[in-house]
Write a protein that binds this ligand. Structure first.
Ligand SMILES: *[C@@H]1O[C@H](CO)[C@@H](O)[C@H](O)[C@H]1NC(C)=O
Length: 325
């Protein structure tokens, strides 16, 4: 009995030490995993029934998706701490944009969403003029990504909203939406120029352009994904050259200048801290409702505009899609 009494204060201080240590551990991985699992298991349904216009329905849909599945994640909050450094123009390389806040290991461990994104990015060849390789390995990763998209609330609720608002045919099933319509938008291969098209090239795709980025002799084209930026900075072949414009509204959008693999891009707009499924859902909806045009949305009451273009010789495919900053 006496011994227990003497031990008690020791145990108490040990316990408080343990609690302190637990509090000091960054909670990024755990928070995000929990959020993500909660989302999948008992998520609020964000799909929007018939409204006066598809665009009005999209405003409601993306406000709900952002509030329910994105804005409470640690990754989204961290995006607000990005230091954009100096304004672009003098070509001088600035401090890395993202690797100081995130690490690939952390975001990958933190979410299924990001891990699957990095898996699918690996099948793309950024060099234009070189055909994409689609062997069994690549096709399996592509199929796995489509199956993943099908399971997310972002894509399911977008499908239901577009269907209820007559933006897609009522006869189209969720499976057909993902494996047919979204496949054509993002994964169906094409040539970037009419000359390359005449030569039968299969060098590009919507996903490769927007979410991976492409390089020509001197330039980078596409490249609108913050996760790809993080990956490139980690690989050491990306130099951030400053910002052109920043819009911090319901989502943080940066117009930035950089070089990648020795080729440069003077302005690329990127949405930071959001899961790729959110971007894919948003850009797909804008492409379906306003192909080749600008869509002015109101997300959480704040303006967010998206520009899409289609491929002339393959109009079911996205040539590009990006936030306007
Ligand atoms: C979108 O907003 C811009 C800037 O306010 C405006 O110039 C443009 O006409 C709008 N486009 C559409 C399609 O409403």
């Amino acid at each position: 009995m006496q011994q227990t009494q003497r031990l008690f204060p020791v145990l108490l201080s040990l316990l408080s030490l343990l609690l302190l240590a637990a509090a000091a551990v960054p909670r990024l991985d755990k928070d995000f995993n929990e959020n993500y699992r909660d989302d999948i298991v008992n998520s609020r349904d964000c799909s929007v029934p018939k409204r006066s216009s598809a665009q009005e329905a999209m405003n409601e849909l993306f406000t709900c998706l952002l509030e329910t599945h994105v804005q409470n994640t640690e990754v989204f909050r961290l995006a607000r701490q990005i230091d954009f450094g100096g304004i672009a123009g003098n070509g001088v390389t600035q401090k890395p944009l993202l690797t100081r806040l995130y690490s690939i290991a952390k975001v990958t461990a933190a979410s299924e969403s990001y891990r699957r994104y990095f898996d699918v990015v690996s099948i793309f060849t950024p060099e234009l003029g070189q055909d994409e390789v689609r062997g069994s390995n690549e096709l399996a990763l592509e199929a796995a990504y489509l199956a993943h998209l099908l399971s997310t609330p972002f894509i399911r609720d977008t499908y239901a909203t577009l269907r209820a608002n007559n933006a897609i045919d009522a006869a189209v099933s969720l499976n057909q939406f993902v494996y047919g319509i979204m496949y054509d938008h993002w994964f169906k291969l094409y040539a970037r120029t009419s000359k390359a098209h005449a030569a039968g090239r299969r060098e590009s795709s919507g996903f490769g352009h927007v979410f991976v980025g492409e390089v020509k002799t001197n330039d980078v084209t596409g490249f609108h994904s913050w996760l790809q930026l993080l990956l490139a900075e980690t690989q050491g072949n990306f130099d951030y050259k400053g910002y052109v414009r920043i819009q911090d509204s319901s989502v943080l959008i940066g117009g930035i200048q950089f070089s990648w693999m020795g080729r440069s891009k003077s302005l690329s707009s990127v949405m930071f801290g959001v899961p790729p499924e959110f971007e894919l859902a948003l850009y797909s909806a804008c492409f379906i409702v306003n192909p080749g045009r600008r869509t002015n949305l109101s997300i959480k009451g704040r303006p967010v505009s998206v520009q899409t273009f289609y491929v002339n010789h393959q109009p079911e495919s996205v040539a590009t899609a990006y936030p306007i900053v």
